[in-house]
Design a protein around this ligand. Structure first.
Ligand SMILES: [Zn+2]
Length: 210
């Protein structure tokens, strides 16, 4: 069973295995609560060209963050517009509208700052990796960008099933993939249960529990 590239249908170069996480956000008086469950394991692949293109994009923070920059830029423009319109046309309760405009400016500014910071951090982290590993990370980004992020009311996120993930403790999984504590434990068990049942794993540790 040969998987094709999830983005362009090209020849697979990076096989991907991903454990799906379903998160339901429940809003109540006490704040927001999350209900989480693990889904199926998904299989896919990404081709060499798409991985390389993604890596080049991620190494260029401004270009990588462009969609967010445009969005928050629009928020800033709206803030300026509200402010200008208020000063020109509104005679009463100006303060309310001006505050609204200022809020939009602050929100847009913070959004741009945060998007650029994240993109820069990501670029620096990728630059620190050997190219082969950076390409694997980029392939994962291509995969997660293409697969569904919602199913009904649930948010879908994905945990990469690879050696790097297998080496992580469940506390790390919890932080990295925003898992609830009990789901992180379950995910860890799921990931490691597969490790034992997989037939093509020849370099298993010598002691193996049955
Ligand atoms: Zn491709």
């Amino acid at each position: 069973m040969e998987e094709k590239c999830v983005r362009c249908g090209g020849e697979a170069a990076y096989p991907i295995r991903a454990l799906e996480v379903r998160t339901l956000h429940v809003r109540s008086i006490g704040g927001e609560k999350r209900v989480q469950a693990l889904g199926d394991e998904k299989h896919g692949a990404v081709c060499e060209a798409c991985a390389r293109k993604q890596l080049a994009l991620s190494l260029d923070p401004v270009r990588a963050a462009k969609p967010q920059l445009l969005t928050f830029g629009a928020v800033i423009a709206a803030g300026i517009l509200i402010g200008a319109a208020t000063l020109l046309f509104v005679k009463e309760s100006r303060q309310v509208f001006l505050l609204l405009g200022i809020a939009a400016l602050v929100c847009g500014g913070l959004g741009i700052y945060d998007a650029l910071r994240k993109a820069k951090e990501k670029a620096a982290a990728l630059r620190a990796l050997p190219e082969a590993e950076a390409l694997e990370e980029a392939a994962w980004d291509v995969y997660t960008a293409e697969v569904p992020k919602k199913e009904d009311v649930n948010d879908l996120t994905y945990i990469p099933v690879n050696e790097k993930t297998l080496r992580r403790k469940n506390g790390d999984l919890m932080v990295l993939y925003r898992l609830l504590p009990e789901i992180a434990v379950e995910a860890w068990k799921r990931l490691h249960a597969e490790e034992g049942t997989k037939g093509d794993e020849t370099d298993d540790p010598p002691h193996r529990d049955v």
